[in-house]
Design a protein around this ligand. Structure first.
Ligand SMILES: CC(C)(COP(=O)(O)OP(=O)(O)OC[C@H]1O[C@@H](n2cnc3c(N)ncnc32)[C@H](O)[C@@H]1OP(=O)(O)O)[C@@H](O)C(=O)NCCC(=O)NCCS
Length: 166
């Protein structure tokens, strides 16, 4: 494991807010991320044309003041990204406002070098600057890699989604 500040083996990593010009590269990472999930659970497979839907969704997140899209760049190549957004729960709850970390992915050949951690630090700092003091995320039950990552970041299981065919 290389230090979280960069990767001596493969070049410096820069984390920055993504812009519209990044959408193509981010969509390619998103597709890789979704294929990773679909290979573990067919109910996470995406439809034809999904990339176009995702690009519209991501562009909206880039434009929203309540969301952030972070991109990780190494040697001019986009190697990871993360999306977080601020949400509010129903008024019935005492604690309502939270930040949802919606997507975090690092391309396969760049994993294990601290890039996921740096994307995480970037979106958490952004949430803190927005006075958000609680963070949530969903993890696919069959994603064997992510549980450990989030556990190391201090997340504990909270709500679980259960499903079945009818
Ligand atoms: C999860 C993911 C974003 C982590 O990114 P990364 O750059 O590989 O993570 P880092 O190198 O910053 O690792 C951070 C910590 O998590 C641990 N970790 C990361 N991947 C791990 C794995 N597959 N198994 C066990 N621990 C892992 C590291 O050991 C490290 O621990 P440390 O801080 O105690 O040294 C990346 O593996 C990924 O994109 N996976 C596929 C998509 C995905 O699952 N995304 C999350 C969806 S919720």
């Amino acid at each position: 494991m290389t230090p979280a500040g960069g990767s001596a083996m493969t070049g410096e990593v820069r984390i920055r807010e993504a812009e519209r010009r990044d959408l193509e590269a981010l969509a390619a990472l998103w597709l890789e991320f979704m294929e990773f999930h679909a290979s573990r659970d067919a109910d996470l497979a995406v439809c034809d044309g999904a990339e176009g839907h995702w690009k519209k969704w991501a562009a909206g997140k880039m434009e929203s003041r309540d969301s952030v899209v972070a991109a990780a760049e190494r040697n001019g190549r986009t190697v990871g990204y993360a999306v977080a957004t601020i949400k509010e729960r129903s008024p019935v709850f005492k604690r309502r406002r939270y930040g949802e970390i919606m997507e975090t992915a690092v391309t396969a050949d760049a994993r294990g070098g601290g890039i996921g951690s740096r994307l995480y630090d970037f979106v958490m700092s952004w949430l803190k600057r927005k006075d958000v003091d609680w963070a949530w995320l969903e993890v696919a039950a069959k994603n064997e890699t992510a549980g450990e990552f989030w556990e190391r970041k201090g997340f504990r299981p909270f709500l679980e989604t259960h499903q079945r065919d009818i």
